[in-house]
Design a protein around this ligand. Structure first.
Ligand code: SF4
Length: 378
């Protein structure tokens, strides 16, 4: 099925499986308390195969094998191969450690990996390695990017912006441009796990970064995506179409593509790589996360367990669990998000609302926008 036809009430656009917590790094913003050895209870290969089969049966187009460091799993290439044969576009996010070898990158490519993501949070070794808390990570990441180029594996860079590094945006963007990526995923920090120690940007700084991001995205031929900042979509609509308010009032809920600039509406990137969702993805709404021991969450940044793949049907949990259903019901949102005319295509970061208030339906804590009136979308 073409991604634009996916019904998020039935099928996630992307499923992220935390294949392991094991990781030799200890990055400052990581959602997990990473450790060097696998924790007891990690899903075994056969259980992983079944999970991939269940996700494919739901029609999930994209599956990301994350961690920890997925390179710590000896069956990583087998998992990629299995998911790829089931028809999903498989991606993975290896950590910047000596396990990230040219041989591994080549084997991943041969196994059917569609895209490899690497994390890069600063334009220099000093900024990145300080952010990660790991000396040498910057150089290993650049080396991994070169390996991807050598074996012609589409490359994605993930960058998390916070108060620590957002002022380095221009230099960071230039570095990403030079790395010949197909996709730059820009994360806006969610204060959880070790990330809760980092300073957050203000709502005003979010808006400034939105402007920089939009301008940069116009100037490149790869996809630039904001994650945990759904109000970037509100920003784009406001600045692309000054009559966005009236336009929105006659559009079907959730149908966003025709509001956005052309470079924001591609389903898949150059060379068939993994690209943007055709409509806004948010926790539990087009997005699904499975942790290392099979617990099912609306997002890795929204740690509310809704079941476990060892005892529950993942399709049933995604489609019918009350928390997932609430997260797909914008009219339940509280505060200004609940009365905002953009709530169906934005809705604010549910993960950030939960991290900062304990209520995943509360208003986005860092949005500058003040709704003008109660929406006429109803
Ligand atoms: S108030 Fe909430 S729904 Fe409206 S634009 Fe801001 S974050 Fe989005």
């Amino acid at each position: 099925m073409h991604p634009s036809l996916i019904d998020f009430d039935q099928t996630p656009f992307v499923a992220i499986w935390e294949t392991t917590r094991a990781c030799n790094l200890a990055c400052r913003h990581c959602r997990a308390e990473a450790i060097s050895n696998p924790l007891p209870g990690e899903l075994a290969t056969r259980e992983g195969f079944r999970l991939l089969e269940d996700l494919a049966a739901m029609g999930t187009p994209i599956c990301v094998l994350s961690g920890g460091d997925p390179a710590k799993r000896s069956d990583l290439c087998h998992l990629v191969c299995h998911g790829s044969r089931l028809g999903m576009r498989m991606a993975t996010i290896p950590a910047a450690t000596p396990l990230l070898t040219r041989s591994l990158v080549k084997r991943l490519k041969d196994a059917g990996l569609a895209q490899m993501a690497l994390s890069l949070d600063g334009p220099t070794a000093e900024i990145h390695d300080t952010f990660r808390g790991v000396p040498g990570a910057f150089n290993i990441t650049l080396q991994g990017a070169r390996y991807a180029g050598e074996v012609e594996l589409p490359l994605q860079i993930n960058t998390t912006f916070s108060a620590y590094n957002w002022e380095h945006f221009e230099a960071m963007a230039e570095l990403v441009r030079q790395l010949e990526v197909v996709f730059w995923e820009v994360f806006f920090l969610v204060p959880m796990g070790r990330g809760s120690q980092l300073g957050q940007m203000t709502a005003q700084q979010f808006e400034i970064l939105f402007a920089k991001l939009a301008s940069f995205a116009h100037s490149v031929d790869f996809i630039v995506k904001a994650t945990e900042a759904p109000h970037y979509r509100r920003y784009l609509i406001q600045h692309h179409n000054q009559s966005a308010d009236s336009t929105l009032s006659v559009r079907p809920p959730g149908s966003l593509s025709h509001h956005l600039p052309p470079h924001m509406t591609r389903d898949f990137g150059p060379g068939g790589s993994i690209g943007l969702a055709p409509k806004g993805v948010n926790s539990g709404n087009g997005h699904l996360f499975i942790d290392y021991q099979g617990d099912i969450y609306p997002s890795g940044f929204l740690p509310v367990s809704c079941g476990n793949v060892r005892r529950d049907s993942i399709a049933q949990v995604y489609r019918f669990h009350p928390i997932f259903r609430e997260l797909r019901t914008p009219d339940l949102l509280k505060g200004k998000c609940g009365i905002c005319e953009f709530r169906r295509i934005c809705g604010g970061s549910r993960a950030r609302a939960f991290a900062m208030t304990g209520d995943y339906l509360e208003e986005e804590p860092f949005c500058l926008y003040e709704p003008k009136h109660h929406s006429s979308l109803d």
